[in-house]
Design a protein around this ligand. Structure first.
Ligand code: SF4
Ligand SMILES: [Zn+2]
Length: 257
């Protein structure tokens, strides 16, 4: 198995997974979505709230605020030594105090650990009018997407790597032009698949070339896309997912013995 990075930006990553299997590609995708832990607010104690939103709605909105996550500093509560009591290793609290008239933003959540903050500080929690107040304490824990989507770190998907075969194309310019994702280039009057990984298998080039371009999908090579919601960087998400797959296989092997 090999990996070739295609695009790598802080919050978006795409790579070619070569010589693998659909089973492994899908296991990696599911592990990223369901198993890689992130921090999110799980409980909220509302001390004052005479805003237009009910306590439950404010708690729900707070739960969906993506938080910068430090995987080395925190442990999932089910693996912590505190027996699910809650301690500084598995949870972090934040306070929020606001008095209207004002707009309350996610950046106003002040966490005990200054490394933890909202990924998108301008997310609006609620608008307060004159004499309205909001005061609360929230507790964030590390959780997994399989328990609630708020803990999922990324949107991820893959496609089979397109294989483009070019035969005797008589109208290379026209075929290159018809491709919506600019896969082809014309070099010395010859059609060349310059960016095959951008192909979306729409079939327009097959029609335009009267079947002289043929399309196939590899069942060994996969193009992976990972788009982080911001709690973790993409490379960290993929590395953690691989670590979790390894741990699960070790556990399976151990139990099998
Ligand atoms: S199938 Fe569509 S996207 Fe793919 S190379 Fe042909 S025209 Fe371009
Ligand atoms: Zn703990």
């Amino acid at each position: 198995m090999q990996i070739e990075i295609l695009h790598d930006k802080k919050e978006k990553l795409s790579f070619l997974l070569k010589d693998s299997t659909p089973a492994f590609a899908n296991a990696l995708r599911r592990t990223i979505v369901d198993e890689v832990p992130t921090l999110a607010i799980e409980t909220v104690e509302i001390r004052k709230n005479n805003s237009v939103l009910y306590d439950e709605i404010i708690a729900h909105r707070l739960g969906l605020v993506p938080l910068k996550t430090d995987l080395k500093g925190y442990t999932p509560i089910d693996k912590c030594t505190c027996s699910k009591e809650g301690c500084a290793k598995c949870q972090v609290t934040a306070v929020l105090k606001a008095k209207g008239p004002c707009t309350v933003y996610a950046s106003e959540l002040k966490f005990k650990d200054p490394a933890i903050k909202s990924v998108y500080p301008e997310m609006i929690i609620v608008k307060l009018l004159k004499n309205q107040e909001l005061e609360l304490e929230a507790t964030a824990i590390l959780g997994r997407g399989k328990e609630h989507a708020k803990w999922s770190p990324a949107h991820t998907f893959y496609k089979y790597n397109p294989v483009i075969e070019i035969k005797n194309v008589e109208n290379p310019e026209a075929v290159a032009k018809v491709c919506p994702t600019k896969v082809f280039e014309v070099k010395g009057k010859k059609l060349v698949a310059a960016n095959p990984q951008d192909c979306i298998l729409c079939g327009a080039c097959v029609d335009e070339s009267s079947g002289q371009v043929k399309l196939n999908e590899s069942d060994k090579d996969f193009i992976f896309f990972v788009e982080s919601f911001g709690q973790l960087e993409c490379a960290e998400i993929v590395a953690k997912a691989v670590e979790i797959v390894e741990e699960q296989l070790d556990e399976f092997e151990e139990k099998l013995k």
